[in-house]
Design a protein around this ligand. Structure first.
Ligand code: FEO
Ligand code: CA
Ligand code: CA
Ligand code: CA
Length: 607
């Protein structure tokens, strides 16, 4: 598993200039190349990608759309080989299918989209000529799609998760909108089901008031969905199958070393728009998982397990360890500032103590005991309700409304926890929460990065804002106290990753400064604390996902290249990566230091 220690990318590189190029750019002395693209073969027998003649059967054996999370494990037995696991967050039909009619999708188009969701596991080999990585048709290769069986575990299972097709409430087909995630110390991959709301709809009606409120709290509207999947499978119809939607919104766990294993959904970790999940193990072996709920004014959670890691890298050990996230306590965070409220006016001006900082408390929501029995800590809610309607549990206990919690990642060297809050255009708006010290700007366009010093297994923490992102020349940006004339501009932090030496890397989604998104090194310790350096930029319309930085290399997933207002197949905004007049294809990219000398090394802490 990715672990601490070992070489990394030297942060002495000369930063890339912010740009709007339709290309991946890296610093002088580095090179990059595509590893694998949407549609490339993953399973034996998969045909080569054919944009004009796609089929669901082919897509189910090919790399999916919109790669997001990346996790890489070294394959110890073969030097320079890695096992890559990637999420395919969502599909963008208008840029996938020529002549797509959004009012009348065809069954084949819908089934292609189902097959383009989920995850891919694929072996990679280091090229002999440079630091590039090439996919290998290996025995671990696997596609997980929107129709692959999953086991749903924990307190959610019961009357709220039973459906016509699954009276047990435990066997769910597929995973949807898998965004960020992480690796576990026991060799598996965690992945967050994020904006699952968009897949459910109906042309029928839902009259029950309580149920309408529950759907509304998760952004699920009682109307036809954008993709109209409910026309092709009743389970996506809110009126026909009311409980199917309760089976999405979880942290899923995949054992990439067992291609025939059934992946798991862990309801003890709650149901919300999980950006991902990242693990910290305390000195006494307690496993803690952090997860953000990516919505304006939603919450940060952690799960503290009561089970310990079973040693060993066998199927049996991993199966035991895949129970760690089934037993323990789920908490939600409250943040308090230490400066007078009058000094937090929504402008982003630093308070007189010179820091946006304070303390916090973790409020328990639910505990699952060793016998599998769950206890609710929220008055008026059963454990089953807490597990399924977790956001409403957070509301009841007064959790702090944050500016869209994206990726959260504990440092492998200091244990401090870093969270990206990407932006919140509605902060301070009419009827919405005003600024507080952790979310200090109204109409927050650029986001912030929070540094948390957590008593990991306990219930208290300290926090401060490491970065208040935006134009370094503007009064409302803050770069950890570092000289703002010497930083790379950064906006809309999304993914957070650590290299094996403990260096922090942050990637962005939706840069509101007018430049393409990118991957930045961010100094957290020493005299350069707060310094941001742009290492890599992605093509027009793309988001920089899944960063992994290790051993003179970086891996990024270039998600949704060419996704721009007004872009279409007839009028593409990007021709990356194939060039010419080709359609853009979401792809995984590797960058390496020229003269890369090979070797597996350790992988850092992926997001
Ligand atoms: Fe899928 Fe919150 O980014
Ligand atoms: Ca303060
Ligand atoms: Ca994300
Ligand atoms: Ca995002």
């Amino acid at each position: 598993a990715g672990s601490t220690g070992g070489a990394t990318i030297d942060t002495g590189f000369t930063p890339v200039a912010p740009n709007k190029a339709d290309a991946v750019t890296v610093p002088e002395g580095y090179s990059s190349d595509v590893v694998i693209r949407w549609g490339d073969p993953v399973l034996p027998g998969a045909p080569e990608f054919d944009f004009e003649n796609q089929t669901a059967a082919a897509q189910a054996m090919q790399y999916g759309y919109n790669c997001d999370l990346a996790v890489m494990f070294p394959m110890d037995d073969r030097d320079g080989r890695y096992l890559l696991t990637v999420n395919h967050e969502y599909t963008t039909e208008p840029t996938m299918f020529r002549g797509y009619d959004s009012a009348n999708p065809t069954r084949e188009q819908v089934e292609i989209a189902w097959a383009a969701h989920g995850l891919t596991v694929v072996e990679l080999a280091t090229r002999s000529s440079d630091g590039g990585l090439d996919p290998v048709m290996g025995s671990y290769n696997r596609r997980i799609t929107a129709t692959t069986p999953f086991e749903l575990r924990g307190p959610a299972v019961g009357p709220l998760t039973r459906t016509t097709a699954d009276p047990t409430g435990t066997r769910v087909l597929g995973t949807l909108n898998n965004c960020a995630g992480g690796h576990t110390p026991w060799g598996t991959v965690l992945s967050g089901e994020e904006n699952f709301n968009q897949y459910f709809g109906t042309s029928g009606s839902v009259t029950d008031t309580e149920r309408r409120a529950q759907l509304s709290r998760y952004g699920i509207s009682v109307s036809p969905s954008g993709r109209l999947w409910e026309r092709f499978d009743d389970r996506f119809d809110l009126a026909k199958e009311p409980n199917e939607v309760n089976r999405f919104g979880y942290v899923v766990e995949v054992d990439p070393w067992e291609p025939d294993s059934t992946p798991v959904k862990h309801s003890a970790m709650g149901r919300f728009k999980h950006e991902g999940a990242s693990i910290h193990v305390t000195a006494n072996g307690t496993v803690v998982a952090y997860s953000g709920d990516d919505e304006r004014f939603d919450y940060l959670y952690k799960f503290v397990s009561s089970r310990r890691i079973v040693p060993g890298n066998t199927r049996a050990a991993r199966a035991q360890n895949m129970r760690i996230l089934d037993e323990g306590t789920l908490y939600v965070a409250t943040f308090s500032g230490n400066s007078p409220a009058a000094e937090i006016d929504g402008s982003g001006t630093l308070p007189s103590d010179g820091a946006f900082d304070g303390s916090g408390t973790w409020i328990p929501l639910m505990t699952v005991n060793a016998d599998g029995k769950a206890v609710s800590h929220v008055e008026g809610m059963t454990p089953e309700q807490v597990a399924v309607h977790t956001r409403m549990a957070g509301d009841r206990v007064g959790a702090t409304k944050m500016d869209r919690p994206e990726d959260v990642e504990p440092s492998p060297t200091t244990g401090k926890v870093y969270m990206a809050l990407t932006n919140n255009s509605q902060r301070g708006g009419s009827g919405r929460a005003a600024a507080d010290e952790a979310n200090p700007r109204h109409n927050n366009k650029h986001g912030q990065v929070v540094e948390i010093t957590d008593d990991h297994a306990g219930t208290t923490f300290g926090w401060n804002l490491l970065l208040v992102c935006g134009d370094p020349a503007a009064a409302d940006s803050y770069f950890g106290g570092f000289d703002k004339s010497k930083v790379s501009p950064i906006s809309c932090p999304d993914n957070v990753a650590f290299d094996p030496a403990g260096g922090l890397w942050v990637s962005t989604d939706g840069n509101a400064l007018g430049f393409n998104d990118g991957l930045y090194s961010v100094a957290t310790e020493g005299p350069n604390r707060g310094e941001t350096k742009l290492f890599l930029t992605v093509p027009i319309g793309a988001e920089t996902c899944g960063p992994l930085v290790f051993n003179d290399r970086a891996i990024v997933n270039v998600q949704h290249p060419g996704e721009m207002d007004g872009a279409s197949i007839e009028n593409p905004a990007s021709h990356w990566p194939d060039g010419g007049d080709s359609q853009p294809r979401p792809s995984t990219v590797v960058a390496w230091r020229d003269g890369f000398s090979g070797g597996t090394g350790s992988l850092g802490s992926g997001s």
